[in-house]
Design a protein around this ligand. Structure first.
Ligand code: NAD
Length: 507
Protein backbone atom coordinates (compact mmCIF):
# COMPACT_ATOMS: atom_id res chain seq x y z
CA UNK A 1 0.00 0.00 0.00
CA UNK A 2 1.21 3.44 -0.84
CA UNK A 3 -0.06 4.97 2.39
CA UNK A 4 3.00 3.87 4.35
CA UNK A 5 5.30 5.55 1.84
CA UNK A 6 4.24 9.16 2.03
CA UNK A 7 5.96 12.47 2.64
CA UNK A 8 8.20 10.99 5.38
CA UNK A 9 10.14 8.90 2.91
CA UNK A 10 10.26 11.77 0.45
CA UNK A 11 11.57 14.16 3.08
CA UNK A 12 14.55 11.84 3.52
CA UNK A 13 15.21 11.16 -0.14
CA UNK A 14 14.01 14.20 -1.99
CA UNK A 15 16.84 16.20 -3.58
CA UNK A 16 15.87 19.84 -3.14
CA UNK A 17 18.89 21.47 -4.73
CA UNK A 18 20.05 21.22 -8.31
CA UNK A 19 22.58 18.40 -8.65
CA UNK A 20 23.26 14.94 -10.01
CA UNK A 21 23.36 12.07 -10.50
CA UNK A 22 21.12 12.93 -13.42
CA UNK A 23 19.71 9.71 -14.79
CA UNK A 24 17.02 7.70 -13.03
CA UNK A 25 17.12 3.98 -13.71
CA UNK A 26 15.86 1.09 -11.61
CA UNK A 27 14.30 3.37 -9.00
CA UNK A 28 17.31 5.53 -8.16
CA UNK A 29 19.39 8.43 -9.37
CA UNK A 30 22.48 7.18 -11.19
CA UNK A 31 25.20 8.16 -13.60
CA UNK A 32 25.08 6.65 -17.07
CA UNK A 33 27.10 3.45 -17.29
CA UNK A 34 28.22 4.61 -20.74
CA UNK A 35 28.25 8.41 -20.85
CA UNK A 36 28.63 10.58 -23.90
CA UNK A 37 30.11 14.08 -23.71
CA UNK A 38 28.62 16.11 -20.85
CA UNK A 39 26.54 19.16 -21.71
CA UNK A 40 26.38 22.41 -19.76
CA UNK A 41 22.99 23.69 -18.63
CA UNK A 42 22.61 27.44 -18.23
CA UNK A 43 20.54 29.00 -15.45
CA UNK A 44 18.35 31.34 -17.52
CA UNK A 45 18.08 33.88 -14.67
CA UNK A 46 21.82 34.49 -14.44
CA UNK A 47 23.32 33.10 -17.63
CA UNK A 48 25.74 31.10 -15.48
CA UNK A 49 26.25 27.35 -15.62
CA UNK A 50 23.57 25.68 -13.51
CA UNK A 51 24.92 22.16 -13.87
CA UNK A 52 26.87 19.87 -16.13
CA UNK A 53 25.09 16.69 -17.15
CA UNK A 54 26.60 13.55 -18.71
CA UNK A 55 24.89 12.53 -21.93
CA UNK A 56 23.40 9.07 -22.33
CA UNK A 57 24.74 6.94 -25.14
CA UNK A 58 23.09 3.95 -26.79
CA UNK A 59 24.11 1.51 -24.03
CA UNK A 60 22.60 3.72 -21.36
CA UNK A 61 19.34 4.07 -23.27
CA UNK A 62 19.37 0.27 -23.65
CA UNK A 63 19.85 -0.08 -19.89
CA UNK A 64 16.92 2.24 -19.13
CA UNK A 65 14.64 0.47 -21.61
CA UNK A 66 15.65 -2.90 -20.14
CA UNK A 67 14.80 -1.60 -16.67
CA UNK A 68 11.36 -0.49 -17.91
CA UNK A 69 10.84 -3.79 -19.72
CA UNK A 70 11.77 -5.82 -16.63
CA UNK A 71 9.33 -3.80 -14.50
CA UNK A 72 6.46 -4.22 -16.97
CA UNK A 73 5.05 -7.64 -15.93
CA UNK A 74 4.68 -6.73 -12.25
CA UNK A 75 3.39 -3.20 -12.87
CA UNK A 76 0.88 -4.23 -15.53
CA UNK A 77 -0.43 -7.06 -13.34
CA UNK A 78 -1.40 -4.69 -10.53
CA UNK A 79 -5.06 -3.80 -10.54
CA UNK A 80 -5.98 -0.36 -11.82
CA UNK A 81 -6.91 0.59 -8.27
CA UNK A 82 -3.47 -0.39 -6.96
CA UNK A 83 -1.71 1.62 -9.66
CA UNK A 84 -4.09 4.52 -9.11
CA UNK A 85 -3.39 4.62 -5.37
CA UNK A 86 0.32 5.10 -6.07
CA UNK A 87 -0.34 7.89 -8.53
CA UNK A 88 -2.63 9.57 -5.99
CA UNK A 89 0.14 9.28 -3.42
CA UNK A 90 2.57 10.93 -5.88
CA UNK A 91 0.00 13.71 -6.26
CA UNK A 92 -0.08 14.19 -2.49
CA UNK A 93 3.73 14.31 -2.28
CA UNK A 94 3.90 16.94 -5.02
CA UNK A 95 1.26 19.09 -3.31
CA UNK A 96 3.10 18.80 0.00
CA UNK A 97 6.37 19.83 -1.63
CA UNK A 98 4.99 22.24 -4.19
CA UNK A 99 7.17 25.15 -3.15
CA UNK A 100 10.46 23.26 -3.31
CA UNK A 101 9.67 21.63 -6.64
CA UNK A 102 8.51 24.96 -8.07
CA UNK A 103 11.83 26.52 -7.06
CA UNK A 104 13.71 23.78 -8.89
CA UNK A 105 11.58 24.47 -11.97
CA UNK A 106 12.35 28.22 -11.78
CA UNK A 107 16.10 27.57 -11.67
CA UNK A 108 15.80 25.35 -14.72
CA UNK A 109 13.46 27.52 -16.83
CA UNK A 110 13.78 31.14 -15.68
CA UNK A 111 9.99 31.45 -15.48
CA UNK A 112 8.46 33.48 -12.61
CA UNK A 113 7.86 31.54 -9.40
CA UNK A 114 4.09 32.16 -9.41
CA UNK A 115 3.87 30.49 -12.82
CA UNK A 116 6.02 27.55 -11.75
CA UNK A 117 3.62 26.97 -8.83
CA UNK A 118 0.74 26.75 -11.31
CA UNK A 119 2.69 24.32 -13.52
CA UNK A 120 3.68 22.05 -10.64
CA UNK A 121 0.13 22.22 -9.27
CA UNK A 122 -1.08 20.96 -12.64
CA UNK A 123 1.34 17.99 -12.34
CA UNK A 124 -0.39 17.05 -9.07
CA UNK A 125 -3.79 17.46 -10.77
CA UNK A 126 -2.80 15.09 -13.59
CA UNK A 127 -1.55 12.41 -11.16
CA UNK A 128 -4.76 12.75 -9.16
CA UNK A 129 -6.96 12.55 -12.24
CA UNK A 130 -5.27 9.51 -13.77
CA UNK A 131 -4.93 7.91 -10.34
CA UNK A 132 -8.69 8.20 -10.02
CA UNK A 133 -9.30 7.03 -13.57
CA UNK A 134 -7.02 3.97 -13.37
CA UNK A 135 -9.60 1.58 -11.81
CA UNK A 136 -12.12 2.64 -14.48
CA UNK A 137 -9.87 1.60 -17.39
CA UNK A 138 -11.70 -1.59 -18.25
CA UNK A 139 -12.70 -3.71 -21.24
CA UNK A 140 -15.97 -4.80 -22.74
CA UNK A 141 -18.20 -7.85 -22.85
CA UNK A 142 -19.98 -8.41 -26.15
CA UNK A 143 -22.79 -11.03 -26.27
CA UNK A 144 -22.95 -12.99 -29.54
CA UNK A 145 -25.39 -15.52 -31.01
CA UNK A 146 -26.00 -18.85 -29.31
CA UNK A 147 -24.54 -17.68 -25.99
CA UNK A 148 -21.06 -17.18 -27.42
CA UNK A 149 -19.39 -13.94 -26.40
CA UNK A 150 -16.30 -11.83 -26.78
CA UNK A 151 -14.27 -10.14 -24.10
CA UNK A 152 -12.34 -7.08 -25.17
CA UNK A 153 -9.45 -6.52 -22.81
CA UNK A 154 -7.76 -3.15 -22.57
CA UNK A 155 -4.05 -3.91 -22.34
CA UNK A 156 -0.97 -1.69 -21.91
CA UNK A 157 1.27 -1.16 -24.93
CA UNK A 158 4.54 -1.91 -23.09
CA UNK A 159 7.49 0.43 -22.68
CA UNK A 160 6.69 4.03 -23.65
CA UNK A 161 9.45 6.41 -24.76
CA UNK A 162 8.75 10.05 -23.92
CA UNK A 163 10.70 13.09 -25.09
CA UNK A 164 10.06 16.63 -23.88
CA UNK A 165 10.60 20.32 -24.58
CA UNK A 166 12.05 22.90 -22.18
CA UNK A 167 9.19 25.32 -21.58
CA UNK A 168 7.09 23.23 -19.13
CA UNK A 169 9.60 20.54 -18.15
CA UNK A 170 7.82 18.68 -15.35
CA UNK A 171 4.30 19.27 -16.65
CA UNK A 172 5.19 17.92 -20.10
CA UNK A 173 6.66 14.84 -18.46
CA UNK A 174 3.73 14.21 -16.08
CA UNK A 175 1.10 14.70 -18.80
CA UNK A 176 2.66 11.69 -20.52
CA UNK A 177 3.73 9.59 -17.56
CA UNK A 178 0.56 9.78 -15.43
CA UNK A 179 -1.82 8.33 -18.05
CA UNK A 180 0.80 5.89 -19.38
CA UNK A 181 1.39 4.44 -15.91
CA UNK A 182 -2.33 4.42 -15.09
CA UNK A 183 -2.81 2.22 -18.18
CA UNK A 184 -0.14 -0.24 -16.96
CA UNK A 185 2.77 0.81 -19.18
CA UNK A 186 6.30 1.54 -18.00
CA UNK A 187 8.29 4.56 -19.12
CA UNK A 188 11.64 5.95 -20.23
CA UNK A 189 11.74 9.75 -20.46
CA UNK A 190 14.32 12.03 -22.02
CA UNK A 191 13.92 15.65 -20.92
CA UNK A 192 15.16 18.58 -22.96
CA UNK A 193 18.91 19.12 -22.58
CA UNK A 194 18.09 22.68 -21.45
CA UNK A 195 15.92 21.61 -18.49
CA UNK A 196 17.11 18.30 -17.02
CA UNK A 197 16.17 18.93 -13.38
CA UNK A 198 12.58 18.07 -12.52
CA UNK A 199 12.12 14.84 -14.51
CA UNK A 200 14.54 13.25 -12.04
CA UNK A 201 12.56 14.83 -9.21
CA UNK A 202 9.49 13.10 -10.60
CA UNK A 203 11.40 9.82 -10.43
CA UNK A 204 12.06 10.40 -6.72
CA UNK A 205 8.44 11.35 -6.12
CA UNK A 206 7.10 8.23 -7.87
CA UNK A 207 9.49 5.94 -6.00
CA UNK A 208 8.54 7.59 -2.70
CA UNK A 209 4.90 7.01 -3.60
CA UNK A 210 5.50 3.28 -3.91
CA UNK A 211 5.85 2.98 -7.69
CA UNK A 212 8.05 -0.04 -8.32
CA UNK A 213 11.67 0.36 -9.35
CA UNK A 214 12.10 0.51 -13.11
CA UNK A 215 8.56 1.64 -13.88
CA UNK A 216 9.76 5.20 -14.56
CA UNK A 217 13.25 5.95 -15.85
CA UNK A 218 15.05 9.07 -17.04
CA UNK A 219 17.92 9.34 -19.48
CA UNK A 220 19.51 12.72 -20.09
CA UNK A 221 21.00 13.87 -23.34
CA UNK A 222 20.63 15.89 -26.49
CA UNK A 223 18.96 14.82 -29.73
CA UNK A 224 21.11 11.70 -30.10
CA UNK A 225 19.79 10.17 -26.86
CA UNK A 226 16.26 10.92 -28.10
CA UNK A 227 17.03 9.19 -31.39
CA UNK A 228 18.27 6.05 -29.62
CA UNK A 229 15.07 5.97 -27.60
CA UNK A 230 12.88 6.42 -30.69
CA UNK A 231 14.64 3.63 -32.58
CA UNK A 232 14.80 1.17 -29.69
CA UNK A 233 13.04 -2.06 -30.71
CA UNK A 234 11.61 -2.63 -27.21
CA UNK A 235 9.89 0.76 -27.10
CA UNK A 236 6.27 0.27 -28.16
CA UNK A 237 5.08 3.87 -28.25
CA UNK A 238 6.58 7.34 -28.63
CA UNK A 239 5.13 10.42 -27.01
CA UNK A 240 6.88 13.60 -28.08
CA UNK A 241 6.56 17.30 -27.25
CA UNK A 242 8.70 19.72 -29.22
CA UNK A 243 9.13 21.43 -32.55
CA UNK A 244 7.62 20.40 -35.89
CA UNK A 245 10.95 19.43 -37.55
CA UNK A 246 11.93 17.15 -34.65
CA UNK A 247 8.38 15.79 -34.43
CA UNK A 248 8.66 14.77 -38.07
CA UNK A 249 11.87 12.83 -37.31
CA UNK A 250 10.25 11.14 -34.32
CA UNK A 251 7.30 10.12 -36.49
CA UNK A 252 9.65 8.71 -39.13
CA UNK A 253 11.46 6.69 -36.44
CA UNK A 254 8.08 5.45 -35.22
CA UNK A 255 7.14 4.43 -38.76
CA UNK A 256 10.37 2.43 -39.05
CA UNK A 257 9.52 0.41 -35.95
CA UNK A 258 5.70 0.37 -36.42
CA UNK A 259 5.31 2.28 -33.15
CA UNK A 260 2.30 4.35 -32.19
CA UNK A 261 3.20 8.03 -31.98
CA UNK A 262 1.71 11.03 -30.18
CA UNK A 263 3.10 14.41 -31.22
CA UNK A 264 2.52 17.71 -29.39
CA UNK A 265 4.12 20.33 -31.62
CA UNK A 266 4.25 24.06 -32.23
CA UNK A 267 1.59 26.63 -32.96
CA UNK A 268 0.73 30.06 -34.31
CA UNK A 269 -2.73 30.43 -32.90
CA UNK A 270 -5.34 33.10 -33.65
CA UNK A 271 -7.04 35.08 -30.90
CA UNK A 272 -10.06 36.86 -32.39
CA UNK A 273 -11.58 39.88 -30.67
CA UNK A 274 -14.94 41.00 -32.08
CA UNK A 275 -16.29 44.51 -31.62
CA UNK A 276 -18.80 43.39 -28.96
CA UNK A 277 -16.21 41.61 -26.78
CA UNK A 278 -15.93 42.42 -23.09
CA UNK A 279 -12.79 44.47 -23.58
CA UNK A 280 -11.13 44.03 -20.22
CA UNK A 281 -11.40 40.24 -20.45
CA UNK A 282 -10.04 40.35 -23.99
CA UNK A 283 -7.04 42.42 -22.83
CA UNK A 284 -6.36 40.12 -19.86
CA UNK A 285 -6.61 37.06 -22.09
CA UNK A 286 -4.25 38.60 -24.66
CA UNK A 287 -1.65 39.02 -21.91
CA UNK A 288 -2.18 35.40 -20.82
CA UNK A 289 -2.08 34.28 -24.46
CA UNK A 290 1.23 35.99 -25.21
CA UNK A 291 3.36 36.74 -22.21
CA UNK A 292 3.29 33.74 -19.85
CA UNK A 293 6.66 31.96 -19.60
CA UNK A 294 8.30 34.77 -21.61
CA UNK A 295 6.03 33.88 -24.53
CA UNK A 296 7.53 30.38 -24.74
CA UNK A 297 4.16 28.61 -24.82
CA UNK A 298 3.09 26.36 -27.71
CA UNK A 299 -0.59 27.34 -27.64
CA UNK A 300 -0.01 31.10 -27.49
CA UNK A 301 -2.44 33.33 -29.39
CA UNK A 302 0.23 35.39 -31.09
CA UNK A 303 -1.94 36.45 -34.04
CA UNK A 304 -4.30 38.85 -32.30
CA UNK A 305 -7.10 39.64 -34.76
CA UNK A 306 -9.00 42.75 -33.61
CA UNK A 307 -12.09 44.23 -35.26
CA UNK A 308 -11.25 47.55 -36.93
CA UNK A 309 -13.86 49.48 -34.93
CA UNK A 310 -12.11 48.74 -31.60
CA UNK A 311 -8.52 48.32 -32.79
CA UNK A 312 -7.30 51.71 -31.56
CA UNK A 313 -8.80 51.42 -28.06
CA UNK A 314 -7.80 47.76 -27.76
CA UNK A 315 -4.21 48.49 -28.76
CA UNK A 316 -3.86 51.43 -26.36
CA UNK A 317 -5.15 49.39 -23.46
CA UNK A 318 -3.05 46.34 -24.37
CA UNK A 319 0.11 48.43 -24.68
CA UNK A 320 -0.53 50.08 -21.33
CA UNK A 321 -1.15 46.68 -19.65
CA UNK A 322 1.97 45.23 -21.30
CA UNK A 323 4.13 48.13 -20.12
CA UNK A 324 2.92 47.46 -16.56
CA UNK A 325 4.41 43.94 -16.55
CA UNK A 326 7.35 43.61 -14.20
CA UNK A 327 10.55 42.15 -15.62
CA UNK A 328 12.71 40.82 -12.84
CA UNK A 329 14.23 38.05 -10.76
CA UNK A 330 12.19 34.91 -11.51
CA UNK A 331 12.24 34.02 -7.79
CA UNK A 332 10.71 37.38 -6.76
CA UNK A 333 7.00 37.30 -5.90
CA UNK A 334 6.16 40.42 -7.91
CA UNK A 335 7.97 39.39 -11.12
CA UNK A 336 5.65 38.77 -14.05
CA UNK A 337 8.29 38.39 -16.78
CA UNK A 338 11.32 36.19 -16.17
CA UNK A 339 14.31 35.18 -18.28
CA UNK A 340 14.41 33.73 -21.80
CA UNK A 341 15.67 30.14 -21.79
CA UNK A 342 19.10 30.98 -23.24
CA UNK A 343 21.00 33.54 -25.29
CA UNK A 344 20.58 31.81 -28.65
CA UNK A 345 16.82 31.70 -28.26
CA UNK A 346 16.69 35.35 -27.10
CA UNK A 347 18.64 36.38 -30.18
CA UNK A 348 16.23 34.40 -32.35
CA UNK A 349 13.28 36.28 -30.81
CA UNK A 350 15.06 39.63 -31.32
CA UNK A 351 15.73 38.57 -34.93
CA UNK A 352 11.97 38.18 -35.49
CA UNK A 353 11.50 41.75 -34.19
CA UNK A 354 14.13 43.03 -36.62
CA UNK A 355 12.45 41.27 -39.53
CA UNK A 356 9.05 42.62 -38.39
CA UNK A 357 10.38 46.20 -38.45
CA UNK A 358 11.95 45.62 -41.87
CA UNK A 359 8.60 44.39 -43.18
CA UNK A 360 6.79 47.50 -41.90
CA UNK A 361 5.47 46.52 -38.46
CA UNK A 362 5.49 49.16 -35.75
CA UNK A 363 6.75 48.13 -32.32
CA UNK A 364 4.19 49.77 -30.03
CA UNK A 365 6.06 48.65 -26.93
CA UNK A 366 8.83 46.33 -25.76
CA UNK A 367 10.97 44.10 -27.94
CA UNK A 368 14.24 45.04 -26.29
CA UNK A 369 16.84 43.33 -24.18
CA UNK A 370 16.68 44.49 -20.56
CA UNK A 371 19.89 44.09 -18.54
CA UNK A 372 19.10 43.53 -14.87
CA UNK A 373 21.63 44.40 -12.17
CA UNK A 374 23.80 42.18 -9.98
CA UNK A 375 23.62 38.41 -10.34
CA UNK A 376 20.97 38.68 -13.04
CA UNK A 377 23.19 40.64 -15.42
CA UNK A 378 24.01 37.58 -17.51
CA UNK A 379 20.37 36.49 -18.00
CA UNK A 380 18.49 37.27 -21.20
CA UNK A 381 15.47 39.38 -20.27
CA UNK A 382 13.32 40.73 -23.10
CA UNK A 383 10.55 43.29 -22.72
CA UNK A 384 7.21 41.90 -24.00
CA UNK A 385 6.38 43.37 -27.40
CA UNK A 386 3.17 44.46 -29.07
CA UNK A 387 3.36 44.94 -32.84
CA UNK A 388 0.92 47.00 -34.88
CA UNK A 389 0.66 47.66 -38.61
CA UNK A 390 1.04 43.91 -39.19
CA UNK A 391 -0.11 41.94 -42.20
CA UNK A 392 -0.58 38.22 -42.71
CA UNK A 393 2.47 37.70 -44.94
CA UNK A 394 5.08 38.93 -42.47
CA UNK A 395 7.58 36.37 -41.20
CA UNK A 396 6.71 37.29 -37.59
CA UNK A 397 3.03 36.56 -38.31
CA UNK A 398 3.59 33.30 -40.20
CA UNK A 399 6.27 31.57 -38.10
CA UNK A 400 6.27 30.44 -34.48
CA UNK A 401 8.41 33.00 -32.61
CA UNK A 402 8.18 31.29 -29.20
CA UNK A 403 8.79 34.60 -27.45
CA UNK A 404 6.81 37.53 -26.05
CA UNK A 405 5.71 39.06 -29.35
CA UNK A 406 2.01 39.78 -29.95
CA UNK A 407 1.09 40.86 -33.48
CA UNK A 408 -2.14 42.86 -33.85
CA UNK A 409 -3.98 42.20 -37.10
CA UNK A 410 -7.03 44.29 -37.96
CA UNK A 411 -10.11 42.71 -39.60
CA UNK A 412 -13.49 43.86 -40.87
CA UNK A 413 -15.77 40.82 -41.23
CA UNK A 414 -16.41 37.43 -39.67
CA UNK A 415 -15.90 35.55 -42.94
CA UNK A 416 -12.58 37.36 -43.51
CA UNK A 417 -11.20 36.69 -40.03
CA UNK A 418 -12.06 32.98 -40.12
CA UNK A 419 -10.30 32.60 -43.47
CA UNK A 420 -7.22 34.48 -42.26
CA UNK A 421 -7.15 32.66 -38.90
CA UNK A 422 -7.06 29.30 -40.70
CA UNK A 423 -4.43 30.37 -43.22
CA UNK A 424 -1.60 28.59 -41.41
CA UNK A 425 -0.04 25.13 -41.33
CA UNK A 426 -0.44 25.11 -37.54
CA UNK A 427 -3.64 24.21 -35.68
CA UNK A 428 -2.95 23.93 -31.99
CA UNK A 429 -5.36 26.44 -30.48
CA UNK A 430 -7.38 29.60 -30.92
CA UNK A 431 -9.91 31.84 -29.21
CA UNK A 432 -12.98 33.92 -29.91
CA UNK A 433 -13.99 36.93 -27.84
CA UNK A 434 -17.58 38.08 -28.28
CA UNK A 435 -20.73 38.51 -26.20
CA UNK A 436 -22.80 37.03 -29.06
CA UNK A 437 -23.29 33.34 -28.18
CA UNK A 438 -24.31 32.38 -31.70
CA UNK A 439 -21.29 34.03 -33.26
CA UNK A 440 -18.99 32.54 -30.62
CA UNK A 441 -20.05 29.01 -31.54
CA UNK A 442 -20.27 29.67 -35.26
CA UNK A 443 -16.71 31.01 -35.41
CA UNK A 444 -15.25 28.51 -32.92
CA UNK A 445 -16.64 25.68 -35.07
CA UNK A 446 -14.82 27.07 -38.11
CA UNK A 447 -11.39 27.34 -36.46
CA UNK A 448 -9.08 24.52 -37.52
CA UNK A 449 -7.48 23.83 -34.15
CA UNK A 450 -7.43 21.22 -31.40
CA UNK A 451 -8.61 23.68 -28.74
CA UNK A 452 -10.70 26.83 -29.17
CA UNK A 453 -11.41 28.91 -26.08
CA UNK A 454 -14.49 31.11 -26.02
CA UNK A 455 -13.89 34.25 -23.94
CA UNK A 456 -10.72 32.95 -22.27
CA UNK A 457 -7.23 31.66 -23.17
CA UNK A 458 -4.51 29.14 -22.23
CA UNK A 459 -6.50 27.05 -19.77
CA UNK A 460 -5.60 23.35 -19.65
CA UNK A 461 -7.59 21.42 -17.04
CA UNK A 462 -6.44 17.80 -16.95
CA UNK A 463 -9.96 16.62 -17.73
CA UNK A 464 -9.91 18.27 -21.17
CA UNK A 465 -8.10 16.84 -24.22
CA UNK A 466 -5.31 18.99 -25.66
CA UNK A 467 -3.43 18.62 -28.94
CA UNK A 468 -3.12 19.89 -32.47
CA UNK A 469 -4.66 19.86 -35.92
CA UNK A 470 -2.48 19.96 -39.04
CA UNK A 471 1.28 20.42 -38.35
CA UNK A 472 0.63 21.05 -34.64
CA UNK A 473 0.49 17.38 -33.89
CA UNK A 474 -1.03 13.95 -33.84
CA UNK A 475 -3.12 12.58 -30.98
CA UNK A 476 -4.21 14.21 -27.75
CA UNK A 477 -3.02 14.49 -24.17
CA UNK A 478 -5.23 14.82 -21.08
CA UNK A 479 -8.82 13.76 -20.60
CA UNK A 480 -10.07 10.22 -21.03
CA UNK A 481 -9.23 10.07 -24.77
CA UNK A 482 -5.56 9.54 -23.94
CA UNK A 483 -6.40 6.08 -22.56
CA UNK A 484 -6.86 4.97 -26.20
CA UNK A 485 -3.35 6.22 -26.96
CA UNK A 486 -1.70 4.25 -24.13
CA UNK A 487 -3.58 0.96 -24.47
CA UNK A 488 -4.39 -1.65 -27.08
CA UNK A 489 -7.26 -4.11 -27.04
CA UNK A 490 -7.11 -7.88 -27.08
CA UNK A 491 -10.29 -9.67 -28.06
CA UNK A 492 -11.06 -13.08 -26.59
CA UNK A 493 -13.77 -14.82 -28.59
CA UNK A 494 -15.49 -17.61 -26.63
CA UNK A 495 -17.48 -20.25 -28.58
CA UNK A 496 -20.27 -21.76 -26.50
CA UNK A 497 -21.64 -24.07 -29.21
CA UNK A 498 -20.11 -26.30 -31.91
CA UNK A 499 -17.83 -25.19 -34.73
CA UNK A 500 -19.80 -24.49 -37.90
CA UNK A 501 -17.40 -25.26 -40.77
CA UNK A 502 -20.11 -25.08 -43.47
CA UNK A 503 -19.35 -27.15 -46.57
CA UNK A 504 -15.70 -27.50 -45.50
CA UNK A 505 -16.59 -30.40 -43.24
CA UNK A 506 -18.72 -33.34 -44.39
CA UNK A 507 -19.47 -36.11 -41.85
P1 NAD B 1 12.94 20.56 -30.08
O1 NAD B 1 12.16 19.89 -31.14
O2 NAD B 1 14.17 21.29 -30.46
O3 NAD B 1 13.37 19.52 -28.95
C1 NAD B 1 12.43 18.74 -28.27
C2 NAD B 1 13.10 17.49 -27.72
O4 NAD B 1 13.48 16.65 -28.80
C3 NAD B 1 14.36 17.75 -26.91
O5 NAD B 1 14.34 16.90 -25.78
C4 NAD B 1 15.46 17.35 -27.86
O6 NAD B 1 16.65 16.93 -27.21
C5 NAD B 1 14.81 16.18 -28.59
N1 NAD B 1 15.38 15.84 -29.90
C6 NAD B 1 16.10 16.61 -30.74
N2 NAD B 1 16.39 15.91 -31.87
C7 NAD B 1 15.84 14.69 -31.74
C8 NAD B 1 15.76 13.53 -32.58
N3 NAD B 1 16.32 13.50 -33.80
N4 NAD B 1 15.07 12.47 -32.13
C9 NAD B 1 14.46 12.48 -30.91
N5 NAD B 1 14.51 13.54 -30.08
C10 NAD B 1 15.19 14.64 -30.49
O7 NAD B 1 11.91 21.55 -29.35
P2 NAD B 1 12.19 22.57 -28.16
O8 NAD B 1 12.96 23.74 -28.68
O9 NAD B 1 12.72 21.84 -27.00
O10 NAD B 1 10.71 23.02 -27.78
C11 NAD B 1 10.05 24.08 -28.40
C12 NAD B 1 8.96 23.56 -29.31
O11 NAD B 1 8.09 22.69 -28.59
C13 NAD B 1 8.07 24.66 -29.83
O12 NAD B 1 7.82 24.47 -31.20
C14 NAD B 1 6.79 24.49 -29.03
O13 NAD B 1 5.63 24.99 -29.65
C15 NAD B 1 6.74 23.00 -28.85
N6 NAD B 1 5.90 22.63 -27.71
C16 NAD B 1 4.68 22.03 -27.95
C17 NAD B 1 3.83 21.71 -26.90
C18 NAD B 1 2.49 21.08 -27.16
O14 NAD B 1 1.91 20.54 -26.21
N7 NAD B 1 1.96 21.09 -28.36
C19 NAD B 1 4.23 21.98 -25.60
C20 NAD B 1 5.48 22.56 -25.38
C21 NAD B 1 6.30 22.88 -26.44
Amino acid sequence: MASGLGGQVLRRSFQRSVGGPWNYVGGRRCDPTHATAPFKVTAPATGRVLCEVPGSGKEEVDRAVRSAKDALPAWSKLSGRERGQKLMEACRIIRENLEDISRLEVQDTGKPIWEARVDIGSCADALEYYGGLAPAIVGQHIPLSGGSFAMVQRRPLGVVGGIGAWNFPMQTCVWKVAPALACGNTFVYKPSQFTPVTAVTLGEVLTSAGVMDGVFNVVQGEGEAGEHLCHHPDVAKLSFTGSVPTGSKVMAAGAGGIKAVTLELGGKSPLIVFEDAQLENAIKATLVANFLSQGQVCSNGTRVFVHRSIAKTFTERLVSATRALKIGDPMAEDTTVGATIHEEHARKVLGYLTSAREEGAVVACGGEQVVLPGDLEGGWYLSPAVLTNCHDDMKVVREEVFGSVAAILVFDSEEEVVRRANDTLFGLAGAVFTRDLNRAHRVANEIEAGTVWINNYNLYPTEVPFGGYKHSGVGRENGTTVVEAFTQTRTLYVEMGDVDAGPLYVE
